[in-house]
Write a protein that binds this ligand. Structure first.
Ligand SMILES: C[S@@+](CC[C@H](N)C(=O)[O-])C[C@H]1O[C@@H](n2cnc3c(N)ncnc32)[C@H](O)[C@@H]1O
Length: 279
């Protein structure tokens, strides 16, 4: 797919206009004052990956995060993971995302949380990261790789912006032994936005891009039960809870989540957490 077409398809998938207003209205509906919210309040909508904020914290614990670290979050979405990392570990996080509306809303939510001095967002493509060589101690990414076809280029770019000894920390949906994928899923309505590769292929690409594996952990079994419950709540006949991914994805969110459960159960996808060192 040509770069411009890819970017506009991605923006159409994730970036429905008015997202900020929908989130503010949902916060009020949930009894929260938008002028005094925390990153925890926002997590049901802003931690947009399997396992939510708990998975972010679990991954961070194994990643060796530390105060003052310079972190880049690739595919930062609404900024939930970036704010969680800054809040819990005292690091400075820059988010990069190709969906313009996400960058705009992430910035607004971060200002509302009073965290804009530690967390910022930039619109751009992970295949052409707009930062100098060796700018970061750690590159973080959660479930953005599923949308990115040229993964070797992605990992090479990540390697370039990491300082020597820096780490890539990720949670990704990868292709399981069974195919095809049940669609739609939260990262794609059609196959043209979903680029899953099996774990062995990803490990090979990471090694080719100059990474040494420190942790490789299949967490599929750990998160499947919780995701089943979440999918059931999103499809609740009484309507989903005010804050959730339906604010991003609209009425298809329930079907997308049910398909994630089926894909996990039928081994069409697996969920991997990894920590790799720039070698
Ligand atoms: C499923 S969302 C995950 C968002 C966030 N990481 C989280 O866990 O809350 C995937 C994100 O990756 C972003 N993305 C996909 N392809 C990208 C690319 N080539 N460059 C930058 N961001 C990209 C999307 O815009 C979207 O925000």
């Amino acid at each position: 797919m040509a770069e411009g077409t890819y970017a506009s398809t991605l923006n159409m998938h994730y970036g429905r206009k008015g997202l900020g207003d929908r989130i503010i209205a949902a916060l009020r509906q949930a009894g929260k004052d938008p002028d005094s919210i925390t990153t925890d309040d926002l997590s049901p909508v802003a931690e947009f990956h399997i396992g939510g904020q708990a998975a972010t914290l679990e991954l961070a614990q194994s990643a060796g995060m530390g105060a003052g670290m310079r972190v880049l979050d690739i595919g930062s979405g609404l900024g939930g993971p970036a704010r969680t990392l800054a809040q819990h570990y005292g690091c400075k996080v820059a988010g990069l995302d190709l969906t313009e509306e996400f960058c705009r809303v992430a910035t607004m939510l971060t200002e509302l949380c009073g965290m804009h001095e530690r967390v910022s967002f930039m619109h751009g493509n992970a295949l052409d990261i707009p930062f100098e060589n060796a700018s970061f101690d750690l590159v973080w990414t959660q479930q953005a790789g599923a949308n990115i076809e040229n993964k070797l280029r992605l990992y090479q770019e990540v390697n370039r912006v990491l300082a020597v000894g820096g780490r890539l920390v990720f949670q990704e949906v990868l292709r399981g032994p069974e195919t095809p994928l049940h669609l739609p899923v939260p990262w794609a309505r059609e196959g043209g936005l979903s680029f899953l590769q099996p774990p062995d292929a990803i490990r090979d690409l990471l090694a080719r891009a100059g990474f040494r594996e420190m942790i490789w952990h299949d967490v599929t079994a750990q998160y499947i039960d919780e995701y089943r419950k979440l999918a059931a709540r999103t499809s609740d006949p009484g309507g989903p809870p005010p804050l959730g991914i339906h604010l991003i994805l609209g009425p298809e969110a329930g079907e997308m989540r049910r398909n994630v459960v089926r894909n996990l159960e039928e081994q069409r996808i697996v969920l991997i957490q990894g920590v790799l060192k720039k070698s």
